[in-house]
Design a protein around this ligand. Structure first.
Ligand code: GAP
Length: 473
């Protein structure tokens, strides 16, 4: 079972401290969300899993963290100033504003066909740099990045030379990106501020680029499954030629079933991530060397040539790039939707259980005293919590009766609850309850840390292999 719709997750997320509507006390801010105590843990665990999988487990990828605000020229030569726009139309009847390519000639609000002609709207967030700059001073104009990728391209040589890398190798980055979306919405699926996990994999110009896209698609499918997402809720979409981004020769999107409640199968899916073959477009256009047919320098502003010299063949070339680009927020939503389940207890009450993979669960073990008015039991429970903390994320909770405490931990996806009772004071044992089966087992406190770690590992989906490319590149 997974969540019947996004609204179920919006309500759970707010009720239990995962995600709150932002600026709520001032009436909110359209499609902005704040991550609460559990949401920030879940999101960090996803990012850590990704970083470990690509940067630590593999031997061919480095990580970086570049600036959000870059020189405006980066966005000129990346093509974003000229082409990063969506077609916008207004409804003359109800004054709604929407994306022309997402509607079928009809206003999504009132159904009217009385719409303005589409006009291009650049989605980059504008800002001005410097305290004395005028709002409309073009020399002070800057943008918040709409993708993390460009920070990687402009650092290609810095990373390659300092880390003494040979092609093929990749550079990974996690960070915020900003897009002035015309129609944000559907909770954290489409927002103006979001987080990306992007990796640019640099290969030779004559590598089997299209096959490499397929390879990365397979690796990512395995990674998403290792986060606990069911393969049945993932779908591949080959982006048609006319919809490709200006830099892409081929893009495959991995889609997630975010809208299971929709009757038409094709409308149930939305992009979770994309894997694009970006050719040598970015490194070439940021370089000072390339010239057009008339011999004129294409980029007179750059001071660097971002080409690569291959020692083995004594050839210089612009590396080509395979780019898997994933969204943190969309992964958080997919993970939450897939983990959602309901179970009826023996009193006939329906309980929500968030079956998060243990590696992603915000809290791994909750330590619960059976009697909070018994100082010895409370003291023992708190001491257990403290002793577990260096090994795994544990919390102590005595804010309700044991039934309520179990229900709360089930709903936030805590894999194990540890109960300290009267008998614990005598036999140095505790009861460990499993979130998914509700089965209980008695365990000695001295063996608890090792026991919990073993159980958490046993119930985690298998991590995908590091997956260094098998292709001849
Ligand atoms: N560098 C390539 C690139 O940015 P993209 O398909 O535009 O490609 C990659 O974005 C991923 O970033 C998307 O698959 C999605 O997960 C996430 N993303 C893009 N726009 C988003 C938005 N407005 N809100 C939330 N996530 C977004």
């Amino acid at each position: 079972m997974s969540a019947p719709n996004i609204d179920t997750i919006v309500s759970l997320a707010k009720r239990r401290g995962f995600v709150f509507p932002s600026s709520d006390i001032y009436g909110g801010l359209g499609s902005a969300w704040d991550y609460g105590p559990l949401g920030v843990e879940l999101s960090n665990n996803i990012k850590q899993s990704w970083w470990r999988w690509l940067v630590y487990d593999r031997d061919d990828i480095e990580g970086i963290d570049s600036s959000i605000i870059l020189n405006r020229l980066v966005w000129k030569y990346s093509g974003h100033e000229a082409t990063f726009h969506d077609p916008l139309v207004d409804c003359r009847e109800c004054k709604s504003r929407m994306r022309a390519d997402k509607i079928e000639g009809k206003c999504v609000n009132c159904g009217s066909t009385n719409l303005t002609e589409p006009r291009n709207f650049n989605m980059m967030f504008r800002t001005v740099l410097g305290a004395a700059a005028e709002e409309d001073d073009p020399s002070a104009l800057a943008y918040l990045r709409p993708e993390t990728a460009q920070g990687i391209f402009i650092n290609f040589l810095n990373v390659q030379t300092t880390m003494r890398r040979k092609i093929p190798f990749g550079i990974a980055q996690i960070g915020k990106s900003f897009r002035n979306e015309i129609t944000p919405g559907n909770f954290i699926l489409r927002t103006r501020e979001f987080e990306q996990m992007e990796m640019e994999y640099f290969v030779k110009p004559d590598a089997e680029h299209l096959k490499l896209v397929d390879e990365w698609v397979e690796l990512y499918l395995e990674w998403f499954k290792s986060l606990g997402i069911s393969g049945d809720n993932l779908l591949l979409h080959e982006v048609p030629g006319e919809e490709l981004a200006h830099y892409s020769k081929r893009t495959v999107d991995i889609m997630y079933r975010y809208f299971p409640e929709r009757p038409e199968a094709e409308r149930q899916w939305e992009e979770l991530m994309g894997i694009a073959y970006r050719t040598d477009f970015d490194l070439r256009s940021h370089s000072n060397k390339p010239a057009d047919e008339e011999g004129k320098r294409v980029n007179p502003d750059s001071t660097e040539d971002l080409s690569y010299f291959d020692e083995s063949t004594k050839q210089r070339f612009y590396p080509h790039v395979i780019e898997p680009a994933a969204g943190v927020n969309r992964t958080v939503l997919a993970v939450l939707m897939d983990a959602y389940s309901e179970k009826t207890n023996d009193k006939g009450e329906t309980r929500v259980i968030l079956k998060l993979s243990p590696q992603l669960a915000p809290i791994k073990a909750a330590i619960l005293p059976l009697a909070k008015n018994k100082p010895e039991i409370v003291g023992m429970a708190k001491a257990i919590k403290r002793s577990l903390q260096p090994v795994l994320r544990a919390v102590y909770d005595d804010t309700g009766g044991i039934g309520k405490l179990y229900a709360r931990q089930d709903e936030i996806g805590t894999p194990m609850c540890v109960t300290v009772d009267h008998q614990s004071l005598e036999d140095e044992g505790v009861t460990v309850r499993d979130r998914d089966t509700w089965e209980q087992e008695r365990v000695k406190v001295a063996e608890l840390a090792e026991y919990l770690q073993r159980r958490l590992k046993a119930t985690s989906p298998v991590q995908p292999a590091a997956g260094t490319s098998s292709l001849e590149i």
